[in-house]
Design a protein around this ligand. Structure first.
Ligand SMILES: Cc1cc2nc3c(=O)[nH]c(=O)nc-3n(C[C@H](O)[C@H](O)[C@H](O)COP(=O)(O)O)c2cc1C
Ligand code: SF4
Length: 436
């Protein structure tokens, strides 16, 4: 990989980067000004479609295409900015809002103009106290400068922006859970269809886009779709943020085209700089935890939108890799993850509510030394009967639970079997009575 100049993170390390004055002095708002004064909404959509900007929130759906699902005859449109960032080991949205809130506001103006939205809500997870403060300060500054509100850049386009904090739940990152939460209700995902583009916030046509997706827009409009298509591999173009955490020398959030491998993200001097002294990779969850797991001999996987499927993963997800070292007991990894999904299932769908808690119970007894060899098959069976893929659930949480959990059992089966065979005799009977 040649030298790459950061685009999305270009303001990190720049003094007072959060202020409007500094943002504008470095060319900020040129993309929004160009869109609103020189392009029609349809032209903006076409440019974003041509760039093939794929959503950075997890599913990789093309943003421009999503915007075309809005009904032509609508009179009210909402834009929801998904800054819930609820996927474990993911913190790229946080970094963007912390260092460059005006970049996000500029993206919101462009997306709002393209979709003809009158109001945009920036939805943040409750723990983002500082980021809420930074975003609100930037929104206030933008209003004071006439960049938000009425007649933006003299274009006749009006947009109001509100920063909203949720109460904190994984499922509030799911777009319809987010919409329910914004409406002041419990963050329960909605049955689809209707999809938000047809009936979303306050039952009106709504677009939900991730923070990082929107931060790409000013650059696409300013530099053009051809520039964007030239960054990284075909089908996975544009600047991308990657997180790396766990026992690596330099955990953090890094920007790169999507032409790097998982191994480079962990080992390269540009990113994670390798494992901490003496540590060796056992497993990596490369796309947040919910996309699945790689074993140590699978690190050649490319961190793009397509290659993860070749390794049995659900997708690239949030491109946030968490590394597990060889000293970690694989049973504890399984138990930890299973606990997360059991706690975060909102409970509306029986197979998700019961399935995630059964998986947690099985994982618990394996971790406590009371596992049975047949538990490994039972685990696979339960996980195969949950989720949107078999058409059983309202949202994708159970799919996101089965990929890492089943992946662990499949890719580390020998290790699980060895632990179970080496358990103290009698322990299983003793603990089964407690756990069942
Ligand atoms: C359980 C669950 C949690 C999710 N959490 C987030 C999240 O925290 N942030 C996010 O942008 N998308 C999240 N998503 C995906 C959103 O539903 C939606 O696809 C995304 O916000 C669309 O934005 P994009 O097209 O710009 O990627 C989640 C999905 C599921 C099923
Ligand atoms: S699949 Fe799970 S998290 Fe999603 S709505 Fe159903 S019960 Fe809730």
């Amino acid at each position: 990989m040649g030298k790459y100049e950061p685009v999305l993170l270009r303001s990190v390390g720049v003094a007072d980067s959060r202020t409007l004055a500094v943002y504008q002095s470095r060319g900020g708002y040129a993309g929004a000004r160009k869109a609103l004064t020189q392009m029609s909404s349809e032209e903006v959509i076409e440019e974003v479609k041509r760039a093939n900007l794929r959503g950075r929130g997890g599913a990789g759906f093309p943003a421009g295409v999503k915007w075309t699902f809005l009904p032509k005859d609508r009179t009210r449109t909402y834009l929801c900015v998904n800054g819930d960032e609820s996927e474990p080991p993911t913190f790229s949205n946080r970094v963007l809002m912390e260092h460059d809130p005006h970049q996000l506001i500029e993206g919101v103006i462009i997306a709002g103009y393209a979709t003809k939205a009158q109001v945009a809500y920036i939805y943040l997870r409750v723990e983002f106290h500082e980021q809420f403060h930074h975003m609100q300060t930037a929104v206030d500054e933008a209003y004071a400068a006439g960049i938000l509100g009425k007649n933006i850049f003299g274009s006749g386009y009006d947009l109001d922006v509100y920063v909203h904090r949720g109460a904190g739940a994984y499922v509030c990152g799911e777009e319809t859970g987010l919409i329910e939460s914004l409406e002041g209700k419990r963050g329960w995902p909605r049955i689809k269809p209707p999809f938000p583009a047809i009936e979303g916030l306050f039952r009106k046509p709504t677009v939900v886009n991730n923070v990082e997706t929107l931060c790409n827009l000013p650059h696409i409009i300013e530099r053009g779709a051809d520039w964007f298509l030239g960054v990284g591999p075909q089908g996975s173009s544009g600047p991308k943020l990657f997180c790396v955490s766990g026992p690596v020398k330099r955990p953090g959030c890094y920007e790169s085209p999507m032409d790097i491998t998982c191994e480079e993200l962990i080992m390269s001097d540009k990113f994670g700089r390798g494992m901490t002294d003496g540590a060796k990779v056992k497993a990596v969850f490369p796309g947040g935890i919910s996309m699945g797991v790689l074993s140590a001999d699978e690190l050649g996987m490319k961190m793009d939108f397509d290659d993860p499927r070749n390794f049995g993963l659900l997708g690239l997800g949030t491109a946030a890799a968490v590394v597990v070292n060889t000293d970690t007991d694989i049973r504890e990894v399984l138990r930890n993850l299973a606990r997360f999904y059991a706690l975060e299932s909102c409970g509306q769908c029986t197979q998700c509510r019961m399935g995630t808690s059964w998986m947690y119970r099985i994982a618990q007894r394996i971790a406590l030394g009371a596992g049975r060899l047949e538990d490994l098959d039972l685990f696979e069976e339960v996980s195969g009967r949950m989720g949107m893929m078999p058409g059983l659930s309202i949202c994708g949480l159970p799919d996101g639970a089965t990929f890492p959990l089943r992946g662990l059992i499949q890719k580390f089966r020998g290790e699980f079997e060895e632990h179970i065979r080496n358990q103290a005799p009698g322990r299983a009977d003793e603990l089964l009575t407690v756990l069942n």
